[in-house]
Write a protein of this length. Structure first.
Ligand code: PNS
Length: 163
């Protein structure tokens, strides 16, 4: 059985993330969306528990996708699933530099681990969690950027952040 791991901080999950997850779910038998903290991001908008809940709801329509939250290294986590492949989306050349470095670090820790990249859908090349956070904090409309069912709670959290 082929397994893909789609890792990310998902703070919050965007339609760009969901597009990559959906396309990955058509290629692999099983997809594990793994929520991790990004050490470069010192302050997350949503707690890991909140992100787990939001991502789980967002992917509930895809039967072969499940969600986990982990606090270990991604390459260590992947050892639990021999043969599993990491799948990430690439929006632009700037993403490639970062992802290339991550891939090398992960391979150093777990030499068996392969990473594959899907190019982002053209509609989402500008989209990131940080764009969504910033727009929501300024009260801009985030419809079309995140799953509809999450809009209200992102706006509510942004309001708390503003104050
Ligand atoms: O969505 P992001 O923030 O680009 O995802 C980055 C993430 C969370 C996948 C990356 O920071 C990560 O793998 N974090 C877990 C810890 C780890 O394995 N770090 C890489 C080796 S130092």
């Amino acid at each position: 059985m082929s397994i893909a791991i789609c890792p990310g901080s998902f703070d919050p999950i965007t339609l760009g993330h969901l597009n990559i997850i959906r396309r990955t779910s058509k290629i692999f038998d099983e997809v594990i969306v793994c929520i991790l903290n990004n050490a470069a991001k010192t302050r997350h908008m949503f707690t890991v528990e909140e992100r787990l809940d939001m991502v789980t709801r967002a992917v509930s329509r895809y039967p072969n996708v499940r969600v986990e939250a982990q606090s270990c290294l991604l390459a260590e986590y992947a050892k639990r699933f021999p043969g599993a492949v990491i799948v990430k989306g690439l929006r632009a050349a700037s993403d490639f530099e970062y992802e290339f470095q991550m891939n090398l670090i992960n391979k150093n820790i777990n030499p068996e681990l392969e990473t594959m990249f899907l190019t982002a859908d053209g509609k989402y090349t500008f989209l990131s969690s940080s764009v969504v956070r910033e727009m929501a904090m300024y009260g801009a409309d985030i419809k079309g950027l995140v799953p509809n069912e999450l809009i209200q709670e992102i706006e509510n959290k942004a309001k708390q952040w503003r104050n």
